[in-house]
Write a protein that binds this ligand. Structure first.
Ligand code: ATP
Length: 195
């Protein structure tokens, strides 16, 4: 289980933006996270992924604190351009995560012809599919999908969510979906948490 227990976190000396929050995501479960703008959803997502250290409380991944090495909690960013090294080719970016099997690559519609290009040489929707593919390595146990589909066309959205749901079912992954899109959350998640 991926869980945050009574976590508190603030940026710098400012008041905490997440304070005393509990959330848990079981393997095989898709949990929706919504709430007003600025409520701290992305901050909570990053805490769960181990990007921030809580000022109080704890984040546990299958009962343990985040450790060094491969992050079994993969955070998917709304703007994938911020999640990749602009000097790396697409092939290198994907290989950083794993060497994907054909089925997963094709499910996401990632073309091998993109592998020699740089992030600024492919579209936003293509880059998001690449970021999702990179995150689905065999050691991944949980995914935090932070507004990953909002700016994308409906076809790309459907392709990404179908691939993610497929991976969740096949590999018993736990996934937190952060979104303002209530119909999307109703469709995807078994449980909705409002911050
Ligand atoms: N790196 C940062 N430095 C300082 N303040 C930040 C930083 N990141 C976020 N904040 C502030 O923390 C608060 C929570 O931000 P966060 O992005 O977690 O909210 P959110 O619920 O995801 O919002 P939205 O729905 O608009 O994406 C906001 O007031 C935001 O301005």
């Amino acid at each position: 289980m991926l869980e945050a227990r009574r976590v508190r976190f603030g940026y710098g000396v400012r008041a905490p933006v997440v304070d005393g929050v509990d959330i848990s995501i079981r393997p095989g479960e898709i949990v929706g996270l919504t709430g007003r703008s600025g409520a701290g959803k992305s901050t909570l997502g990053r805490l769960l992924a181990g990007y921030h250290r809580p000022a109080a409380g704890e984040v546990l991944v299958d009962g343990k604190a985040h450790a060094k090495g491969y992050n079994t909690v993969q955070y998917l960013h709304q703007s994938p351009i911020f999640a990749v090294d602009p000097r790396w080719t697409v092939g290198r970016i994907i290989a950083e995560g794993w060497s994907p099997d054909e089925e997963t690559r094709q499910a996401l519609g990632v073309s091998k012809s993109w592998y020699d290009r740089f992030p600024h040489e492919i579209s936003g929707g293509e880059l998001q599919r690449i970021a999702v593919l990179r995150a689905l390595g065999p050691r991944t146990r949980y995914l935090v999908a932070d507004e990953i589909s909002a700016p994308l066309d409906p076809l790309t959205q459907a392709q990404i969510w179908d691939a993610l749901i497929g991976a969740v079912r096949k590999r018993n992954l736990g996934m937190l979906v952060i979104s303002h899109d209530r119909p999307l959350l109703a469709r995807l998640s078994g449980r909705l948490v409002t911050l």
